[in-house]
Design a protein. Sequence first.
Length: 579
Amino acid sequence: MTRQRKTPETLRSARWFAPDDLRSFGHRSRLMQMGYGPEDWTGRPVIAIVNTWSDLNPCHMHFKQRAEEIKRGVLQAGGLPVELPAITMSETFMKPTTMLYRNLLAMEAEEQVHSQPIDGVVMMGGCDKTTPALIMAGLSAKLPMIFMPAGPMLRGNYAGRTLGSGSDAWKYWDERRAGNLSEDEWVGIEGGIARSFGHCMTMGTASTMTAIAEAMGLVLPGGSSIPAPDAGHTRLASETGRRIVEMVWEDAIPETIVTEASIRNAAIVAMATGCSTNAVIHLIAIARRAGVDFSLDDLDALGRTTPLLANVRPSGKGYLMEDFYYAGGLRALMAQIGDKLDLGCMTVSGKALGETLEGATVYNDDVIRSLDNPVYHEGSLAVLKGNLAPDGAVVKPAACDPKFYLHEGPAIVFDSYPEMKAAVEDETLDVTPDHVMVLRNAGPLGGPGMPEWGMLPMPKALLKAGHRDMLRISDARMSGTSYGACILHVAPESHVGGPLALLKNGDIVRLDLANRRLDMLVDDAELETRRAAWQKPADKIGRGYGWMYAQHVSQADKGCDFDYLEEGFGPDADEPEIF
């Protein structure tokens, strides 16, 4: 979509500062109160830098400095940078889950830039839900936007062993519970697993979503792969600041970049990287904000034809995001699957995707595999349907033992996380490796917020017997750093009467991955009897933002966005002057 180039008179910020009237007098005088003069705003694009830094977000510890480096780039290009704070969402500290607040950040960032004299915006994020929230905000605000990724942290290390955030926490916690790890070793791992600022260095949700942002065209080429402490990350910040100014003059709004084709590109790249299961919810929400019809079925179809090429944990073996960067990064991976991508899609660089991949090279073909030597023959995720998940559920086949691809076993059902947590620590629990563990009432409303409880902890009795995986099912999510035979995002969730609410202990559950089926072997008449007796649980949040969330959030298969925030409710690109 070609748009008319902006002039100083047509800048959005000129509506605030250019007129010779009383209201604009007030705007200009207050800028002068802060030490600015007419040369700072006259004819210059005003660039918002939406910063999600806080003292409780280790992924974004470096954002104070990166914001200054973005400002430097904006000034070099002739813009006026203004830093705007936004709610921080730290995976490691927020309860019950950052997912409860993804839409809140999307709303706040949209309103921040839309209500103020802003011509273009740099969205700074990286910690899991921050990336999709800021992209959703940018799409709805309809102003030129670049996403600035936080970058992955350095590899973890303990006693000469390389540690991966999240993935090794789960691994060694199981060994600790099994009695195979001393307290000193546990404390040593605790201190060595996260060695620098930056988000998780596994292919968890953070790395997945920043890769999606780049594949979609919203990050400068190669930017999502750069480790946070690398000097290249500093240079990326300044380059981002310079580029957003030119994007304002070009009037390059997100809808010229985020299209049906670019969303398909992002989904294909996600599958090839070994993406987090969380990518499903966020990508669907982003698509719906962009007015693109994109569903679970579309994702599954792309997954069947896209091999997993990134040999990065948890789907891969041994390597982490630092290795991925040294091996060529996302540009090199996208070049490997170039025939599957729409290379004509425009990017924030001002170039088509194909142009940005020219010269991309794989430097380690064990980290970034070729199409004839994939980590896994299909993509990272598969979508299941059946009488247990009529609207869909998600599984990560490459990250679990293949013996579970076709499995039948009796259900052992838990109605709450505390109930499950107590049971798995009971060494007398009547459970076998063939059982199917189920946690329900943990979805968008039941959690509330769909917490990352889906990687249900293995029962201690099984751990001590040497077992490390079993089939687990939930309407919750799991961390993108997790692994195992976990079926997640069961929709509709049990809290609203989805079939998961009708499952009983001892019912036989059947997974048939090849045919994408998830069923409970209970006849329809019995299910109807159970449904008639089912009573909806009370909602868990009753005031403020939580009340609003409960009234308007969609189910997992629709992206868990608010119904009034999807495309069709936002401002027009050339909104009338209403202030």
